[in-house]
Write a protein that binds this ligand. Sequence first.
Ligand code: G3I
Length: 341
Amino acid sequence: LSSQHSAADKGLKDYYKDYFPVGVAVGPQSLQGEEAALIKAQFNSVTPENAMKMGPIHPEENRYFWRDADAIVSFAQANQLRVRGHNLLWHEQTPKWLFKDAQGKQVSKEVLLKRLHDHIFTVVKRYKGKIYAWDVVNEAIADNPQEFLRNSEWLQICGPEFIAKAFEYAHEADPDAVLFYNDYNTERPEKRERVYKLLKQLVDAKVPIHAVGLQGHWSLQEPTEPELRAAIERYASLGLKVQITELDVSIYPWEKERRAKRPGESDAYTPELEQKQAEQYRMFFRVFRDYRKVLTGVTFWNVSDRYSWLDTYPVAGRKNYPLLFDQQLKPKKAFQAVVSF
Ligand code: G3I
């Protein structure tokens, strides 16, 4: 048997059974056909890519839309997959009604916290015992290194207190759930220190927070191995567990991925790029294995190169190839790289 062959017969979850669960972000459209088969063969955890965010799941104050979220949870239960809930509070994908009263005026802090409370109680209690972990607060740190918290409507209306409140509500709704703060670029030293500052404030104030999610929207350039190790160690020093919650490795540098394609620019996925990507994935997983005591999960953001959020974000027209399976759902070089150890 060639290593290629035997590797494909075993799933990521089997290779990593002594380390951590390996998960994937899914939508309701992935729960049937060959994609569903791949998910069942490879992974033992799922995260709803969009279905549990406040906009999709709570479109009107007195109406929830459960269909997609329920479908994902049922699929997971039928196939012994864990579920990570994503997410309870974010500045994006919020429903239109959330920050406004019936007259269209911005609501008060009291009203907004009451809405947050009711939302978290309703969603978390519905899936109590079925969802083992929640991304409670997502991306609350500002993009500008000179600022601390993101200047979102949450911050404008409530002040910084909304963060602790969200964790308290979630803990009350399900005392057994593992509660996460989740963010991106958490390995860049300047952002790492701001995330650390927030987490330390929460831990010092005895807020029920248990873990930090490093999203892991990475590239061939970053993070470097020392940056990745330093970030995991810094967060773990607070007594928090760590997960990689949204892993993909873009073949474009961060700057290029986020702007429109220039005339004549090549976007070819060359064998050299595929090889470089495999080496990058190999390094990441070697580091993850080293930290198995604090690193309690790794989740990929999308199933295969057939579809990735990076294909359209923030501009359409530049296809990306960031995952372990190709557009035919076959394992890539990067797959071999992470399972050969
Ligand atoms: O559902 C609507 C549909 O009704 C509408 O017709 C269509 C037209 O635009 O849009 C659909 O919504 C899209 C949604 O994905 C579902 O496909 C939104 O426009 C689109 O913005 C949304 O993108 C998601 C993005 O979060 C939102 O900012 C991506 O799929 C999702 O992968 C991405 O995930 C985030 C994590 O939650 C947090 N970390 C970063 C990560 C990547 O941005």
